[in-house]
Design a binder for this molecule. Structure first.
Ligand SMILES: NC(=O)c1ccc[n+]([C@@H]2O[C@H](COP(=O)([O-])OP(=O)(O)OC[C@H]3O[C@@H](n4cnc5c(N)ncnc54)[C@H](O)[C@@H]3O)[C@@H](O)[C@H]2O)c1
Length: 251
């Protein structure tokens, strides 16, 4: 089903990314005003999307930055956080080679920025007595990584990612509990993996074999779920994580 009329003011954190750009495009076609808040932007601009620079990894400056955006453009009806802040040594996050500094820094720029930006915006949404907040979690916030699919590749498990994405599912429930009385709904989406150009063929084969729907997730799959959670079609849904994983966590 195509939702044609959403008519909301929507903040998308990380809207220039693989998932975020699809979300921005699809939501901008619903009569909504979409604000892409990111640190980098594509050269080709979409007219209906307003690009705003904000480094959300700088958690101490989040309150100032977000309130400035709200002052200029108003309190959003919907917040979608699909950003992916990471350090340059993010690739070294397996149990074997992660450093404490790497772990702490990534928790700060990723998990802490999701928590803090949501808290700031939810407190603003109270003034309107409505709102929908959507976090991008992951299947790895729900289940541990299956190391079997990385065999014969250079890919490794990621300790920090699981902690962050699991934390977001807890945050979803805790925020739903507190902000429910203000008619603010908080949900997350747990997608499966999206295929990347540099994925080794051994990994691709094993990943697909494990998924009941026998394919990778796409940004369009995620965008559809976002549209549902942003719209009033999901008006009695809060505190959940919507699995968009082709059945990965069902088996
Ligand atoms: N791609 C997948 O396979 C997948 C699967 C499950 C969950 N997810 C989650 O979905 C979200 C989006 O993933 P993606 O693949 O689109 O990532 P991506 O790297 O393509 O996009 C992330 C966006 O976040 C922005 N960003 C990074 N640091 C920032 C900062 N400090 N301030 C503001 N913006 C910043 C980037 O510029 C980029 O536009 C992530 O949270 C990720 O964990 C992704």
């Amino acid at each position: 089903m195509k939702i044609t009329k959403l008519n909301k003011r929507i903040f998308v954190l990380g809207g220039s990314g693989v998932i975020g750009s699809q979300i921005c495009k699809d939501l901008s076609e619903t009569g909504s005003k979409v604000f892409n808040i990111d640190i980098k932007f594509k050269k080709k601009k979409i007219k209906k999307i307003k690009n705003i620079f904000l480094d959300i990894g700088n958690v101490k400056k989040l309150e100032f930055g977000i309130n400035k955006i709200i002052k200029l453009y108003g309190i959003p009806d919907v917040l979608i956080n699909c950003s992916y802040p990471k350090t340059s040594d993010w690739g070294n996050s397996s149990f074997k080679n992660i450093s404490l500094n790497n772990f702490q820094k990534n928790i700060d720029i990723h998990l802490n920025s999701f928590v803090w930006s949501a808290k700031i915006i939810a407190n603003q949404m109270i003034k309107k007595e409505k709102g929908s907040i959507i976090f991008l979690s992951s299947i790895y916030g729900l289940v541990g990584q299956d190391l079997e699919i990385y065999k014969n590749t250079k890919m490794k498990e990621n300790l920090t990612y699981a902690v962050i994405k699991g934390g977001l599912i807890s945050l979803t429930k805790q925020m739903a509990s507190y902000y429910g009385k203000y008619n603010i709904r908080i949900n997350s989406i747990s997608p499966g993996g999206i295929k990347e150009e540099n994925h080794p063929s051994a990994f691709i084969k094993k990943y697909i074999a494990k998924v009941p729907l026998k394919r990778f997730c796409t940004s369009k799959d995620v965008s559809g779920a976002t549209l549902f959670l942003a719209s009033d079609l999901s008006s009695y849904i809060t505190g959940t994580t919507l699995k968009v994983d082709g059945g990965w966590t069902a088996v």
